[in-house]
Design a protein around this ligand. Sequence first.
Ligand SMILES: NC(=O)C1=CN([C@@H]2O[C@H](COP(=O)(O)OP(=O)(O)OC[C@H]3O[C@@H](n4cnc5c(N)ncnc54)[C@H](OP(=O)(O)O)[C@@H]3O)[C@@H](O)[C@H]2O)C=CC1
Ligand SMILES: N[C@@H](CC=O)C(=O)O
Length: 385
Amino acid sequence: MAPPAVRSVLPVVLLGCGGVGRQLLRHIVSCRPLHANQGVAIRVVGVADSSSLLVAEDLHSNGLDDALLSDLCTAKSTGSPLSALLARGQCQLFSNSEARRKVLDTASVLGKTTGLVLVDCSATYDTVSMLKDAVDCGCCVVLANKKPLTCAYKDFEKLVSNFRRIRFESTVGAGLPVIASVTRIIASGDPVSRIVGSLSGTLGYVMSELEDGKRFSEVVKTAKSLGYTEPDPRDDLSGMDVARKALILARLLGQRISMEDINVESLYPSELGPDAMSTKEFLESGLAQLDKSIEERVKSASLKGNVLRYVCKIESTGCQVGIQEVPKNSALGRLRGSDNVVEIYSRCYENAPLVIQGAGAGNDTTAAGVLADIVDLQDLFLKTA
Ligand SMILES: NC(=O)C1=CN([C@@H]2O[C@H](COP(=O)(O)OP(=O)(O)OC[C@H]3O[C@@H](n4cnc5c(N)ncnc54)[C@H](OP(=O)(O)O)[C@@H]3O)[C@@H](O)[C@H]2O)C=CC1
Ligand SMILES: N[C@@H](CC=O)C(=O)O
């Protein structure tokens, strides 16, 4: 039987082709038959990293072909620059200084015709102004990067101003349907009063491995190698990554707050922070300085039948994120590995909260969440006859 005709074509420019971005490209390629059966086609017209942007020569063609995308993943994972792909033909390369203009030209051309989805899988604030300009061109935005939604409130407001055109499920809980659930509850007129949970795959993994007697510095490095941590793991250990998730959720609930309004507990002192040493130095020498004090905290909790968890609490009275001792035999205490758990309380879920639990970090699940977000926009990209 012939596959159904293509109903929606979604042109995509991907910003960031690190662990998550590359996995997204692999998912896009491997899901072609599935999407074709659903009448959906994703056309990757450009991919950027921190130094350049690779764009399809003809924006209205089929985009960068799958063989090129696979080679791009191989090149980037072996440390080659995007320029190594130029010899393949069918694409053009723009340096960092020209990339922003080219993305916006592309957004402007496609925004007026086929539409464009700008997908941010970087971990930088540098994309914010480009995303806002793309929104002005009528483009859609999909984010794994939390930073654009956690800078100035007016930037958040701008990005979500057309809620139909933005998706950011993977910013909280990776592939878990946290944003979708909260959005649906709010849309039904059921006021969300409280969200409590463990929202860091890295810290969840680290804490549960510590219970098995492993050394803090070792498990943090393992979490990094498993793709759970941010590019600089101090973003996780400082609590800032969880605070960003809390801020996104709080803003989604209508709170006009900023990062400074969130109480954040860090697992390391400022002497080991980014102003004092590089990520490499931190991993090689700084991290091990924390082993003893963390081991003592784990032991002290264990003597009381408790375990340590990094807990996030969002209420109308404020947001806080920090380490807590919780009973070993509680929902939070039973968490293992990179799993997240989120409890959502509202009028309908007052005494028994809505609970969402599952893998909360990792390139695979995060990229799957991003892909689902892109496909979710398909109705805005219907082909005209
Ligand atoms: N890993 C996970 O479990 C989860 C991750 N996320 C988020 O996904 C994002 C990506 O994470 P991850 O893939 O692990 O990070 P990586 O560090 O592996 O990749 C980041 C990518 O962004 C690129 N980049 C940096 N600056 C820019 C820029 N100005 N424009 C375009 N690209 C740029 C980097 O370029 P270069 O290759 O040149 O360095 C790199 O390719 C992060 O924001 C993270 O918070 C969200 C949920 C879960
Ligand atoms: N570093 C983050 C990745 C997902 O947001 C985490 O550990 O949860």
